[in-house]
Design a binder for this molecule. Structure first.
Ligand SMILES: Cc1cc2nc3c(=O)[nH]c(=O)nc-3n(C[C@H](O)[C@H](O)[C@H](O)COP(=O)(O)OP(=O)(O)OC[C@H]3O[C@@H](n4cnc5c(N)ncnc54)[C@H](O)[C@@H]3O)c2cc1C
Length: 414
């Protein structure tokens, strides 16, 4: 059977769209299929509608530093070959304005639709005669492999049967089902005997047992900068950013970040004075001023939190000058290690990403091709998850780029 296309890409989200455009520009005939009637819905809602499309703080000497997964180093090859600067150049070429907001996070000046438009325009092909044939909304019903044939994959879709030598799975993760998220990518991996790492919601708010949270729930909406720490020893992970109290538990960037590392049953430690030794600060106040511990805290913490974090000891209302150093040190230690035991997460309904997925052991880090010849996996479906702040899109762009280059080389077009 003659191939109908050079490649079928399943999933027209961030990774699939980008891969389709690059492959077409290198001369490949691409079939791009997505079951959703909305185009790239996750890009549209990302970054509060402005798409935090990359992060310029990505460490090019160790790009895996900002990623989670069983083997984050797997991501190095693709991330070092397609960098945040490359994607920013692409946006510049299309006249899209953008700016840095916070900690290297790059956002569109206008809205996320601008990024979707760029990716659509890139899919128009190039001088080498490639093209993207779009099948959307269209379901993939079955994928059959015929070893030894030129068009080894027979894809049964709602629009008919396609015959292709290569299939790229870019179906993303399970978070926010309303955006079109499904587990098809994991099912395809299983169909071809490829290993999966267990999936769970990531970049997600954490919940607390209602009984332990009543006082904090009343203060829902209060936020404060903190260092949040999880784990011990060499496995410890910490993030410094804002923590937000919610009715059900904790959110805010520091909590979303740590949720990628957190495992049920384990405590988190929150230090609301990330840059300060509270003991030194209070002892200095003792020597130089007349304030009490309660007054001192009210200057550094949101007022509504002070009563919750002060101990019942009446000395907290006395001038620090009248308190023994030992007492001050104990209080300082207590204030810098607020231990919380989350009960769970708000799940895929509120998670920005899915942790786990297709095992990197089943994939080539250069090409993203799996052990099943001609079957590739890119983007979030792979067991690579970025930090909050544009790293997940950067992985989508970089893995799509590595895959497109490999497809072109295979087709003799590179
Ligand atoms: C609310 C929210 C905000 C986010 N903000 C940011 C941000 O600002 N910066 C950042 O870096 N990351 C952000 N992310 C994460 C980012 O959106 C994803 O990591 C990224 O979109 C992954 O790209 P992908 O192409 O792998 O998957 P997706 O972009 O999710 O695309 C997957 C595509 O596959 C299609 N598909 C799924 N199942 C099937 C099926 N059965 N058949 C056919 N097609 C299928 C879907 O319809 C979708 O079009 C955010 C996520 C959410 C939910």
């Amino acid at each position: 059977m003659k191939p109908s296309h050079d490649v079928l890409i399943v999933g027209a989200g961030a990774a699939g769209l980008f891969c389709a455009g690059l492959a077409a520009q290198m001369g490949l005939r691409v079939a791009l299929l997505d079951h959703s009637d909305k185009l790239a819905e996750k890009i549209r809602i990302s970054g509060g509608g402005r798409c935090n499309f990359t992060n310029r703080d990505l460490d090019l000497s160790a790009p895996d530093r900002h990623f989670f997964g069983r083997n984050p180093r797997f991501a190095r090859s693709a991330l070092s070959r397609y960098t945040p600067a490359d994607f920013m150049d692409l946006l510049r070429r299309h006249g899209v304005g953008f700016h840095e907001k916070h900690k290297g996070q790059m956002f569109c000046d206008d809205n996320a639709q601008a990024v979707i438009k760029v990716l659509q325009q890139e899919c128009k092909g190039g001088p080498q005669g490639g093209s993207v044939q779009w099948f959307q909304p269209c379901r993939l019903q079955q994928l059959i492999h015929h070893a030894g044939q030129e068009a080894a994959y027979e894809a049964h879709t709602e629009a008919g049967v396609l015959h292709v030598p290569s299939v790229v799975v870019a179906t993303g993760g399970l978070s926010i089902p309303a955006t079109g998220a499904t587990g098809l990518g994991y099912d395809l991996a299983q169909q071809f005997g490829l290993a999966l790492e267990p999936t769970r919601p990531g970049l997600v708010p954490l919940t607390m047992a209602a009984t332990a949270w009543t006082d904090y729930a009343e203060r829902s909406g209060v936020s404060f900068p903190a260092r949040v720490r999880y784990g011990t020893g060499r496995g410890a992970v910490s993030f410094e950013d804002d923590v937000l109290l919610t009715h059900k538990g904790l959110s805010g960037p520091a909590i979303l970040q740590i949720s990628n590392a957190w495992l049920p049953g384990q405590p988190l430690e929150i230090d609301p004075f990330p840059d300060t030794s509270v003991a030194d600060w209070l002892l200095h106040l003792k020597a130089t001023g007349r304030s009490s511990l309660a007054q001192a805290l009210a200057e550094r913490l949101p007022q509504r939190l002070v009563p919750l974090w002060l101990s019942q000891d009446e000395r907290v209302h006395k001038p620090l000058a009248e308190c023994p150093d030992r007492f001050i040190r104990e209080q300082a230690e207590h204030l810098q290690t607020w231990k919380v035991n989350p009960a769970g997460t708000l799940g895929y309904a509120k998670a920005e990403v899915t942790l786990g997925g297709v095992s990197t052991q089943a994939l080539s880090q250069q090409t993203l091709e799996s052990r099943q010849p001609g079957l590739y996996f890119i983007g979030e479906v792979v067991d690579i998850t970025g930090w909050l702040g544009g790293y997940n899109f950067q992985w989508a762009w970089a893995s799509a780029h590595a895959c497109a280059q490999a497809l072109a080389a295979k087709a003799g077009k590179a």
